[in-house]
Structures are given as structure tokens and as C-alpha cells.
Design a protein around this ligand. Sequence first.
Ligand code: NAP
Length: 305
Amino acid sequence: MRIGLVGLGKIARDQHLPAIASTDGAELFAVASRNAGTADLPCFPDLTTMLRDGPAIDAVSLCQPPQARYDAAREALLAGKHVFMEKPPGVTVSEVQALTTLATERGVTLFASWHSRYAAGVAAARAWLAERALQRISISWKEDVRHWHPGQTWIWQPGGFGVFDPGINALSILTEIVAEPLRAIAATLETPSNCQAPSAARLTMATASGKPVEAEFDFLQTGPQTWDIVVETDRGSLTLGHGGNNLIIDGVERPNGAEEEYPAMYRHFVRLIAERRSDVDLAPLQLVADAFLCGRNLAVAEFHE
Ligand code: NAP
């Protein structure tokens, strides 16, 4: 699979380039970047130019912020390319549904990736929970935006998700490990008065059968950072810590597998293409959209980086 990558920013350099390099059956052939480039690959100023003038490719990896995702994904799908989308897969639910329909019509693979679902403890947590009766879940996802997202002004703009940019990772794990559908019931969204996206949010959710799920997201957390999900069941409790990478069951830490979310996602992408399938799960994005639909809005102090 010959890949062209779009958006050579933080996640592309940190994760996609090494992951593609380590994936059997995948190779990076070209890059489209408005500002950057790599010395050893053909680089183009945008996707259109890469598709028109670049080497033949089979697939496109979209690593830009979500506001740029739809137009790029549509262009790539129309060109008959398989598409790997960074999370979140779009700004709105409807635009991702439109892309899914287009991928089906074109007979190509669309992969809406959720990297946190590939964290080392998630599969074991799902299997453990499948054999128990869920009682409640609480999520605490608190990180310092200044440390983890320096200079990323898009995150505070419409469609940038604010604290839901990391928070949706928690929701992607939640919707992976809980077998039932989840629904949003209420939310409080705290938005800095000079921004368009929240810096903190509290969500009250429930499983379809009524088990409570609470989530607290904070983007201005200094000191200890937390990416934890605590699950209580009829037969014990489980904590997924460190973004799904540490698994503690009834107080006992389980051995972790290697942290290899992105290599696992590229292996999955290669498999999807071979099997002529797409993988687009909208559940995490739908919960965020629903939080905006049912949420109370509070204006809070301006945010300045
Ligand atoms: P970033 O470094 O700020 O941006 C990625 C690249 O996208 C930029 O370098 C730029 O590439 C292009 N870009 C930026 N703004 C654009 C715009 N308005 N229109 C078109 N292209 C634009 O962001 P990032 O941290 O890599 O995040 C990108 C995506 O990956 C987000 O959806 C994020 O949620 C997801 N993600 C990020 C992380 C992380 O740790 N940062 C982890 C997992 C997933 P060029 O200059 O090359 O055009």
C-alpha cells in the first residue's frame, strides 16, 4: 500500500511516520504539507497537487486538525484512494456519515481511527467487563493544554473541540469497552470568553439500561495529569490509567503489552483494505455532539497561552 500523508504536524511526525515505516505492506510515498517537507520524499503543497503530480498512491493518511478533514477526505475518496483519518473523524456527525456513504459508493476503505482504543489495556478491559455486570463508570481526563498542545490555535476555534480533543479519546475507550449503547443526559461546558470551544466539561451519561457514567474533562490541569477510567461491577473494579495503557483490576496492576497504538492501527488499515471493508464508528463523536446539544454553557476566564 503506497501512502500519501497530508498535514505534517505533531501527530504525523510523532506517530504516523514511524508507524508507517514499521508496517509490513505499507510505505510512505509522498507528503502534502502547506509549510513543511521531508528531505527524502516527494512533497507537495496540498492534496490536490499530490494527487495530480505525485507518484501513484493507493491510500491517503489525513493528519490535519478536524476542520480540514471533510474536504480532504472527500477529494481522496473521489480519486479512488483508501483513507485513514486521524481522530476526531470530522467536525460534525453528518459530514462523517456523508464520507462513509461515499466510500461505500466508490468501493474504497474509510478508516476513522480512534488511537486510544489500541492502548495496551483496552482489549483486556473489554474482555473482563464482558463477563461482569456493570454498576458505574467514572472518567477523569485532565491535562495541561499549554504543555501538550502548544501553539495549536485551531483547538479553540469552531470545530476544534477544545477539551473534547483529548476527551473524545476517553469516550472512544468507553464506547469500546461497554457493550451497550451509551447516551448523554446532561453536560456543563466551560468556555473561555475569548474562545469558541470549552476548556472544561462535565458529562452525565448512562448505558442504555441505565447504569451511570460520569466524565470530567479539564484542559487547564497543572500538576499531575490524569487520563483514568474507573469501572465498578458486581464482581470487582477496574481502573484503566494512563490513557488506557495501565490496567489495574481489584487493586492489582496487570502486566501491560507494548504501547503501540499507531502501528496497530496501520496493521488494521492494511487488513481493512485487503478485506475491502471500512471501519467508521461514530459513537464517540456522537457523544461529544450530544454534549453540545444538551449542555449548559458557562463563560469562564479568557484563555491565553
Ligand atoms: P498540528 O500539529 O497543530 O497540525 C497538524 C498539521 O495539520 C499542521 O502541521 C499542518 O500541516 C496541518 N494544518 C494545521 N492547521 C490546518 C488547517 N487549518 N487546515 C489544513 N491543514 C492544517 O496538530 P496535531 O497535534 O498533529 O493534530 C492533528 C490531528 O491529530 C488532530 O485531529 C488531533 O486530534 C489528532 N491527534 C493529535 C495528537 C497529539 O498528540 N498532538 C494525538 C492523537 C491525535 P502542514 O503545515 O504540513 O500543512
